[in-house]
Design a protein. Structure first.
Length: 331
């Protein structure tokens, strides 16, 4: 009976994990709060077992949601006791184990293999680029609107592939389109209604620098700073994009295609293929030595920001100028 009323929810995609949990709880449909228990923070294995074995009041079922129970660190005897319990969860009890960590340890995964026969395992990992596009198109359609895959990709860039942020923005964009008596979401709507992520704004700054447009890069930086974006976060985002250039430049020197590159670095760029595509375009015009020099400027900047908090804005603006000088060969 365990597989039908015992669930383990885990994976790197928190949005879909919580969405599944909400749907599951609605499906179970507990009527009285006394039959619904949530265990968080400090609790013992014996508490889980005692609550799960409690007879429900005034209805035929009860539900227990256990957050972040670290079964993998239990002593061997308790692990054995836990497995025996999972094989005999009372028929009237729905027992749900929810792991909020984005990445589980090897020991945790090993133990999951022991419980696969007595529980329903629901793993939610990050979507691929294609799945993310399909998710956006489908969710927009459910809200009575339409969006092209090109504009869906633009929304992904603005939200840095954050599914929760994307879902929230879709609701807002659909409301905006409906208020304007339109049936489709356009790129101009996305630019108007959604805040650009630090990552996306940093990419725009980097792109301006690589095009040798210092004035535009400084304007874009000023906009980020006025929106209270923290200088260390901006530097981290810009550095990440230059690291993309390093990786891609090495791949290009070895004649490795973007498709093979994405496959090799799937753990880093899953759901972020646009970063690789952009890097392949930009890296063509810059030598490896030049890219390393840019990273050296950013490394020095990172040290400055950590050692002198009061002049972070000045340090960042100065570094943008030094990057421009490297890029234009004036240093």
């Amino acid at each position: 009976m365990g597989r039908e009323n015992t669930f383990v929810i885990y994976g790197a995609d928190n949005y879909r994990k919580y969405e599944f949990l909400d749907q599951l709880l609605q499906q179970i449909g507990i009527k009285y709060l006394c039959n619904f228990s949530i265990l968080k923070d400090e609790y013992e294995l014996c508490e889980i077992i005692n609550i799960a074995q409690t007879i429900p009041f005034a209805e035929e079922k009860r539900c227990v949601v256990v957050h972040n129970f670290q079964w993998e660190v239990l002593p061997a005897k308790q692990q054995e006791h836990f497995l025996k319990f999972l094989n005999h969860v009372p028929q009237q009890t729905f027992l749900i184990f929810f792991r909020s960590e984005l990445k589980l340890t090897a020991a945790c995964f090993k133990f999951i293999t022991y419980i696969k026969d007595c529980a329903t395992l629901k793993e939610f990992n990050l979507m691929s680029d294609l799945q993310l596009l399909e998710f956006i198109v489908s969710k927009v359609k459910k809200n009575g609107q339409q969006i092209s895959k090109t504009n869906a990709a633009h929304l992904i860039k603005r939200c840095s592939s954050n599914l929760q942020a994307i879902a929230q923005e879709i609701t807002k964009l659909c409301a905006h389109a409906a208020a304007c008596a339109r049936k489709s979401i356009e790129e101009s709507d996305i630019d108007l209604m959604t805040p650009s992520s630090v990552e996306q704004s940093a990419f725009e700054i980097t792109k301006s620098l690589l095009k040798e447009d210092l004035h535009l890069a400084q304007i874009q930086l000023s906009c980020l700073l006025k929106n209270n974006s923290q200088p260390p976060m901006i530097v981290a985002a810009i550095s990440t994009l230059f690291l993309d250039l390093v990786r891609v430049k090495i791949a290009m020197l070895e004649n490795i295609s973007s498709t093979v590159f994405l496959s090799d670095f799937n753990d880093i760029y899953k759901g972020k293929a646009f970063r690789v595509q952009n890097a392949y375009k930009l890296a063509q015009s810059h030598s490896m030595a030049a890219i390393v020099a840019y990273l050296s400027v950013l490394s020095d900047l990172d040290v400055d920001l950590k050692s002198n908090f009061l002049v972070q804005h000045n340090s960042l603006q100065d570094a943008i100028c030094r990057l421009h000088m490297h890029l234009t060969g004036n240093i």
